[in-house]
Design a protein around this ligand. Structure first.
Ligand code: GAL
Length: 380
């Protein structure tokens, strides 16, 4: 009997470990502090499955939305997950906030690529609005669309509305008559990729012109709601070479048509933005797929720019590769900010880990110091 019980226990332990459940000692450590890179358990004892995500605060509750990742593929087999917490340490699994569908040919058909979801609350319509990067099933990363979904409750269920490319037939705000005329003459066939003439032409709007009719590419993204209630969609466009900041309509469900370009030909992905003492700060990564690279940082006194580049804000071990992660969001908590990043595990996507670190300031500039563990309650 004893042997059978021991055997059963061993099977249970092995089985639960396989599903991402960690042992007691690790769980205790997690309850005391935020330990980047370790397994983070939800209230059911499973590693939180919300990658490339962001956090929305509504009332006294934080809602963490992110990509559900499976064991062996990064394709979306489930959709967007939502977790809720009042203290940012203990997370309740609210389930699937936006589900992929079985319908063949649907924009969010199971097996599409659905990345970097972010949700914001619209106080006018009283709806929760979710935007994400969408790639149509079976087409790699060529669709380069954003998707929009809406819900009546913070945790969902979110109803898919539409997906498309950005700002078709619209020039950026920072293009006057001269710039538009010049961009209109540009043709990708005339340039060799990465030649100095090509880089110059990218800056002048080579890809804005190429995609003018069909709409601008829209990949890695975040959302930002400013103090005045205006919201913005910030995304990698133009073959991931140039970031776009596009204003949303008052209902947060469409682009208003006003947008600017940031760091043309700078190759930035994974934008995360916050505002501190009237200055907008944006942290991004370079473009090396799932592999980590050195974080970049920009600032501007207006959301519309001009944006100025600063050195890498990370300090400590592996600071030159963002501690092994890639930025996804900056969460304001009181008068502090938490930098959120993902440590991807492309061979075993469900096992990807999270980096959360407080942002310090040195000489008025954000600095992200590595900490093995830190107490989030001391932030406030
Ligand atoms: C990264 C991007 C991720 C994902 C990945 C795919 O650069 O930030 O969200 O798209 O590439 O390789």
């Amino acid at each position: 009997m004893k042997t059978i019980l021991a055997l059963l226990l061993a099977i249970c332990v092995l089985d639960s470990y396989g599903k991402g459940v960690i042992h007691e000692k690790e769980q205790k450590a997690q309850n005391l502090s935020i330990r980047s890179g370790e397994l983070w358990l939800d209230d059911s004892g499973h590693h939180i499955n919300a990658h490339g995500g962001g956090v929305m605060k509504y009332g006294d509750t934080y809602y963490w939305f992110g990509e559900h990742k499976s064991e062996y593929t990064s394709d979306a087999l489930v959709g967007v997950m939502c977790y809720s917490s009042k203290d940012l340490v203990n997370w309740h699994n609210c389930g699937v906030a936006l589900s992929v569908t079985e319908e063949l040919g649907h924009d969010i058909e199971r097996g599409c690529i659905l990345e970097r979801p972010k949700a914001i609350y619209n106080p006018v319509t009283k709806k929760f609005c979710m935007w994400f990067h969408l790639e149509l099933k079976g087409r790699g990363y060529s669709a380069a669309r954003y998707g929009v979904a809406v819900a009546d409750r913070p945790e969902g269920p979110y109803k898919f509305l539409y997906s498309q490319r950005a700002d078709a037939a619209t020039w950026p705000l920072d293009f006057g008559d001269e710039e538009r005329k010049l961009a209109d003459t540009l043709n990708t066939a005339h340039y060799k990729d990465w030649s100095s003439a090509w880089i110059k032409a990218v800056g002048q709007g080579l890809f804005v012109k190429r995609d003018f009719g069909t709409g601008q590419m829209s990949r890695d993204m975040t959302l930002y709601v400013d103090d005045d209630g205006h919201a913005y969609h910030i995304f990698s466009s133009e073959e991931n070479l140039t970031l776009h900041i596009a204003e949303l309509t008052a209902d947060y469900l469409h682009h208003s048509g006003r947008y600017v370009r940031v760091a043309p030909a700078g190759h930035n992905e994974a934008p995360a933005i916050f505002k501190h003492k009237g200055v907008y700060w944006m942290i991004t990564s370079g473009c090396t797929g799932w592999d980590p690279n050195e974080a970049r940082m920009f600032s501007s006194s207006s959301i519309w720019g001009p944006w100025k580049q600063h050195p890498n804000p990370c300090r400590g071990p592996k600071a030159e590769i963002t501690f092994g992660g890639q930025s996804t969001f900056v969460l304001p908590v009181g008068d502090r900010y938490i930098f959120m990043a993902d440590i991807w595990r492309p061979q075993h996507p469900i096992d990807a880990r999270y980096i959360w670190l407080p942002i310090d300031f040195e000489d008025g500039k954000p600095v992200i110091n590595w900490r093995d563990g830190w107490d989030i309650t001391k932030l406030r």
